[in-house]
Design a protein around this ligand. Structure first.
Ligand code: CP
Length: 364
């Protein structure tokens, strides 16, 4: 299962130096992972395909340790000293509440100073500066860029640009268009692993993903990450117009991961160990297509709770609209608020990994 990286980023850099962005972008992700990896660690965090089981378990060990250490003042002071000499740019030009704030809090826990650009209208992009020059400018002042962008591929583009300069700094993808949200997938897997700990972990479980699967980056990134677990079954439940795209289904087929697609919702609920609800992603509409589809039956209501297994869990990346009745929040199977809280420490652990702090944290 382990991903093979050549230890030499510079070989990968040389290989890609003369390649155009278009050629680089269309290269299979599995063939260019070395470009985002350096000195035995992830440098740029862009895709779920970068995480293997060993990495996931390592990050979760660090996450649990950070949770314990941060409980005391001495521990919190220790954590805050670790990156007091570093600065992070939070470049979020697409709206976000929890990803932005959890990364911001993670930076604070490790003592990192932060600055934020949250609209291209407050940066010189509005004056016509290119995306590439904007990113290069950030690298003049900061030690890492954590970015959310409305367009697919822009986090990867930032990495492609900076890794060719004399001052590359790590890029973390905090959500890229309809494409990927890899750190959300990490916290989703953490939530699944913790919830299923008493019943044998994620292996052999059935994960039902519901809603706008065509344009939902969280379900895409989570699907990729599930390849690290044995005999997982995925059920995609959505209106026909918003089915999962073929690139994900090809990936699942290539890795022998069982999946089914259905437009049913209620009937399928008894089969699920985890029900992962998502909202309609109408910010990606081109011609009002969301309004033409009836999403109302892809919503979990109180009367559905009796259909669910007693040890199943209900997840949602949030924000929600009407996909989950708020009265369900108090059901012990509803884990979405815990899922949200898990994000901050997972992101803390990820920063600790990138800046090579894992040993120091584990030895504390
Ligand atoms: N789950 C998630 O990405 O939420 P935000 O859009 O609020 O960051």
């Amino acid at each position: 299962m382990s991903i093979h990286y050549s230890s030499n980023f510079f070989q990968a850099k040389r290989k890609y130096l003369s390649v155009t962005w278009e050629d680089f972008y269309t290269t299979r992700i599995s063939d260019k992972l070395d470009f985002f990896f350096r000195q035995g660690r992830l440098f740029d965090v862009l895709f779920s395909q970068q995480f293997d089981r060993e990495f996931i378990e390592r990050i979760f060990t660090i996450t649990n340790k950070i949770r314990l250490v941060s409980k005391t003042k001495y521990g919190a002071d220790f954590l805050r000293s670790l990156l007091a000499h570093k600065r992070a740019m939070l470049y979020f030009v697409q709206p976000s509440t929890r990803t932005f704030l959890s990364f911001h809090s993670a930076c604070q826990i490790l003592g990192m100073q932060t600055a934020a650009v949250q609209s291209i209208h407050t940066s010189s992009e509005v004056k016509g500066e290119s995306f590439d020059d904007t990113i290069r400018t950030f690298s003049s002042y900061f030690d890492i860029i954590i970015m959310r962008h409305p367009l697919e591929g822009h986090a990867e583009r930032a990495s492609f640009v900076l890794n060719r300069t004399k001052r590359p700094i790590p890029i973390i993808n905090a959500g890229s268009g309809k494409d990927q949200h890899p750190t959300q997938a990490l916290l989703d897997i953490f939530t699944l692993m913790r919830s299923f700990q008493p019943i044998g972990g994620i292996d052999e479980k059935t994960i039902m993903m519901v809603g706008d699967l065509k344009r939902g980056r969280t379900v895409r990134s989570l699907s990729y990450l599930l390849k690290n677990f044995r005999n997982v079954k995925i059920i995609y439940s959505s209106p026909d117009e918003f089915r999962m795209n073929s690139d994900i289904k090809d990936f699942l087929a290539e890795h022998n991961i069982s999946y089914t697609e259905t437009s049913e919702f209620e009937k399928i609920l008894p089969q699920a160990d985890a029900v992962y609800m998502t909202r309609i992603q109408d910010e990606h509409d081109q011609a009002g297509e969301s309004k033409k589809t009836d999403f109302s039956r892809y919503a979990l209501r109180l009367e559905h709770l009796d259909l669910l297994k007693s040890n199943s869990i209900i997840m949602h990346p949030l924000p929600r609209r009407t996909e989950i009745d708020p009265q369900i929040d108090n059901d012990p199977r509803a884990v979405y608020w815990r899922q949200e809280r898990n994000g901050m420490r997972i992101r803390c652990a990820l920063l600790a990994h990138i800046f090579n702090l894992e040993t120091k944290i584990l030895e504390y």
